[in-house]
Design a protein. Sequence first.
Length: 384
Amino acid sequence: MNPGRQSVARGGAAASPPPLDISQNGLGVAFPIMAAVFLFFTVVGAALPVLPLQVHNILGFGPFVVGIVAGCQFVAALVSRLWAGRLADSKGAKYAVRLGLWISIAGGLCYIASLFFVDTSNVSVGFLLVGRTLLGGAESLVITGSILWAIQLVDTRRSAKMIAWVGMAMFAALAVGAPAGSFVFETWSFSGIAVASSIIPFVGLLMVAPIHCAKPETSLEQSGFGSVFSAVFWPGVGFALSGITFGSVTTFLTLLFSVNHWNHGALAFAVFACMLIVTRIFFGHLPDRFGGVTVSLYCLVFQAAGLIMIGTTAHGPVAMVGAAVAGAGFALVFPGLGIEALRRAPVEHRGLAMGCLPFSMSPWDSAAPGWDFWPENSGLNPFF
């Protein structure tokens, strides 16, 4: 008798199959998840440049209300991050992603509802606020669940690569969504954005429906939040400090080019984003191979070098190169620290651990208004 069959007969059942990996690098099995992330964040990105126009130009509200409508999604995403991680751990990553996409559809329907009350601006903006809040909760569910789901589908040697690729899909979608949203708004007004925001997440639901997902580790002893947070504290601190790069570039890079009368400020940000994506495509395996902490430390050096180039140069092309170096450095910090957090956290709370890492970066994201108190005669260079 075949030895493999003998072992099955003696054990009474075949051993559980290894994690799915239908291609050499694991991209094939994770592609539908990445596609769902891309579709969801395309919806998010499409609304970013046009919501202020809808609230200010069409509904007639001032900058304060515009800021509230634009910012409530990010507040909701911050508040719901840990809840999303717990839900992914208890109900499963697929459940979290699907729920996030359904909530996203509900947010799009709120956008549509707002169009019926344009003449009653308070009601219309109320629907927009509800829709943005729903999208914030959906964002936490989709990104946390997708990362956890993707790393469950491949063997542990490719965890960092999966984290890198899921994040890459998010950044690519935000980059594509903004110009696409502007085009849709100019062609079909906010109605086009609202309808697209309701339909596109449903396509994501169809794509992830047939994909297998591991069952939650319900049989393991449950650990408290304190133990999970302490396990990921130092990776979280590292990621928060790394977030200075992202916050500085997204907030001040194009403004720095404008103040110094350099051309192609928008191109500089595009270079940063492109280098981030390219680095994740070709070097996303490095944290798996050499260790997350080691790769993250080297990447932080690259980040610092890029920021120093931007902050000390008097020439636009040098700042452009600095943006490329900073983008390449920022690319692998989250994957590297992410697998370190997964290694330290209890198995049954990996979703919560992944939720804590972006949570640790959020204070840096929300600190941008505080730079208003920076002395005006200091210029923008010290930010970098």
